[in-house]
Design a protein around this ligand. Structure first.
Ligand SMILES: *Cc1c(COP(=O)(O)O)cnc(C)c1O
Length: 559
């Protein structure tokens, strides 16, 4: 057992008397003070609690005159539960009920012999592990979720209210938006960090402004980890979003008026792949490809014929609403035959690629672009991976080509996200997103709904609500929203409805999987979707499902 111990001047004498006692049961690391004069207790609380939070110490012991200041300081740290104990009974309860991991004394309140007894009781008492105590401790951690932006409560009550509303929504509704996920606390901390204060035009070690040491370190980590995670030769982590990542690739490689062959938006492609209302469609000559009318899947032979005929400079693969695996080896073959660049936009499936649940495009593609906030689960942002020979062209296309100062706080959060993917905790997660999606899809399909392409290989599926129940995607999404299930309306291939009404809804399982749900929960949700859509005018069903949805998500709290 390792114990980290600290005190201010008021607790110094008691700390010194406790050290030999504690050394009898543990390895003791003294963080100060050294008794040489008045000092500030939060400094020593921080030193000890950082050890406990990081796992460098199993327990902490803190002493100040009353113990109050140390307790207040210590309980600000994530993962720390500090208890001020004046009696042996206090110590036993703090361990068995609250699973306290920092023991606090008042040096002016507790005598050395008494303190030794209390400490012995504290370290001997195990946490009971009773369900009610586990539940209550989980609620302490939940309180932090609200506390993490509590400064806003007084500084800006209106923005605070908007954030609180999002918290409540996440706490009570089932999020099935296929392009969303639930970020980790660590990602949010980096994203909200002081790194946002820095201007850092340029790249690590080649910046236009002074003082970039800290942000260089963060961006270097992000680039290095991105390359490691995806097996890429070069990474640019500065694009502000996925659309900007695509823009960077076009700017680095082709000229206005050149031809890009890409999946059309109404078939599952993305705005930034050449929609006429987007910069991409205005600047470049777009040749859209489609899915096969019968199978609703990509027809690689047809794509090959079209590429040989239209001779694009770029063949772009990747989609926002395509439920099937994409054969990147085959796309490479087509690009080689047609003599064009292969660009893959893996925005939706990046997490599946990172976790090995979808074939990686990176070995095949000249460029791979992505967002970092969809299945990847990081901060809202973009990234481009490419072969080394394109590194310079890409980097100058991003800066100074199209962006100014990078968002170094977001880049740091990207680095955090990439590290999470390489941790054992993420093992099997990507596969679980897919198995959850298949389970939910099957539950809807079994109730007689037509699923686009007949099923799913990835994190999303599309329900043709028009042919199944004679309603539009817009109506279906609104009915589900009223029942606490959040999806989006989506065009389906060869849709006869306008993009504002649509014949389909898009359903994704990244967020519910992140929150810990499994196939049983996902199959139940699929059943509720069918319950609601069977008769969207039945408000009693909506009310029943809303209550069921809220009860379900309560068991899978947002981290
Ligand atoms: C979401 C998405 C993007 C772009 O996302 P931003 O909203 O610009 O971050 C790009 N490509 C595809 C395929 C997407 O699904």
């Amino acid at each position: 057992m390792k114990i980290s111990i600290g005190s201010d001047h008021g607790g110094f004498a008691l700390k010194e008397s406790l050290k030999p006692v504690l050394r009898g049961v543990a390895q003791v690391d003294d963080k100060g003070c050294d008794g040489s004069g008045p000092c500030d207790y939060p400094d020593f609380a921080a030193a000890v609690c950082e050890d406990v939070a990081e796992g460098a110490a199993d327990f902490g012991v803190l002493v100040c005159t009353t113990g109050e200041g140390m307790t207040m300081s210590a309980n600000r740290f994530d993962g720390v539960r500090a208890a001020l104990c004046r009696t042996v009974a206090d110590a036993k309860m703090a361990r068995s009920h609250n699973n306290a991991n920092v023991l606090v004394f008042g040096g002016g309140a507790t005598a050395p012999a008494e303190a030794a007894e209390i400490a012995a009781a504290f370290f001997a008492e195990p946490f009971s592990g009773d369900e009610r105590h586990v539940r209550r401790i989980a609620k302490i951690d939940r309180a932090r979720r609200l506390a993490e932006f509590s400064a806003l409560a007084s500084a800006d009550p209106e923005v605070h209210a908007a954030i609180l509303a999002q918290v409540r929504q996440e706490d009570t509704e089932i999020n099935l938006i296929a392009s969303e996920n639930t970020s980790s606390r660590a990602v949010r901390e980096a994203a909200g960090s002081v790194l946002m204060n820095k201007y850092a035009e340029g790249y690590p070690a080649h910046r236009w402004y002074s003082g970039c040491g800290p942000v260089d370190a963060a961006e270097e980590l992000a680039r290095k980890r991105a390359c490691e995670l995806f097996g890429a030769e070069h990474a640019n982590v500065q694009p502000h979003c996925g659309s900007a990542a695509n823009m960077a690739v076009y700017f680095a490689t082709i000229k206005p008026g050149d031809t890009i062959m890409s999946m059309s938006l109404d078939q599952g492609g993305h705005l930034s792949h050449g929609s006429p209302v987007n910069f991409s469609g205005k600047i470049y000559n777009i040749v859209p490809y489609t899915v096969d009318k019968d199978t609703e899947m990509l027809d690689y032979d047809a794509i090959e014929r079209q590429a040989l005929e239209t001779k694009p400079k770029i063949l772009l693969a990747g989609a926002s609403a395509y439920p099937r695996a994409i054969d990147f080896r085959r796309i490479r073959e087509i690009c080689d035959k047609a003599g064009c660049l292969m660009v893959v936009d893996m925005a939706h499936i990046a997490g599946l690629v990172a976790g090995g649940a979808h074939e990686s495009p990176v070995p095949y593609a000249d460029f791979t672009t992505t967002t970092t906030h969809k299945t990847l689960g990081g901060p809202r942002g973009g990234m481009v991976l490419c072969k080394e020979k394109w590194a310079k062209a890409l980097d100058s296309a991003v800066f100074p080509g199209m962006q100014g100062g990078p968002l170094e706080n977001i880049i740091a959060a990207k680095a955090v996200c990439f590290r999470e993917w390489m941790s054992p905790a993420k093992k099997g997660y990507a596969q679980k997103i897919v198995s959850n999606c298949k389970a939910m899809c099957k539950a809807v399909q079994d109730r007689g709904y037509r699923i686009v392409s007949g099923g799913t290989d990835n994190h999303l599926f599309l329900v043709d609500v028009k042919s199944s129940r004679g309603i539009t995607g817009k109506e279906a999404a609104a009915a589900l929203d009223a029942a606490g299930i959040v999806v989006n309306k989506n065009t389906i291939p060869y849709d006869t409805e306008s993009p504002f009404r649509t014949s389909g809804i898009r359903v994704g399982t990244a967020s519910v999987t992140t929150r810990g749900m499994g196939e049983a929960e996902c199959a139940a949700i699929g059943g509720w979707i069918a319950d609601v859509l069977d008769d969207i005018s039945d408000t009693s069903v909506a009310a029943r499902v809303k209550a069921q949805a809220a009860a379900l998500v309560a068991g899978f709290p947002v981290p």
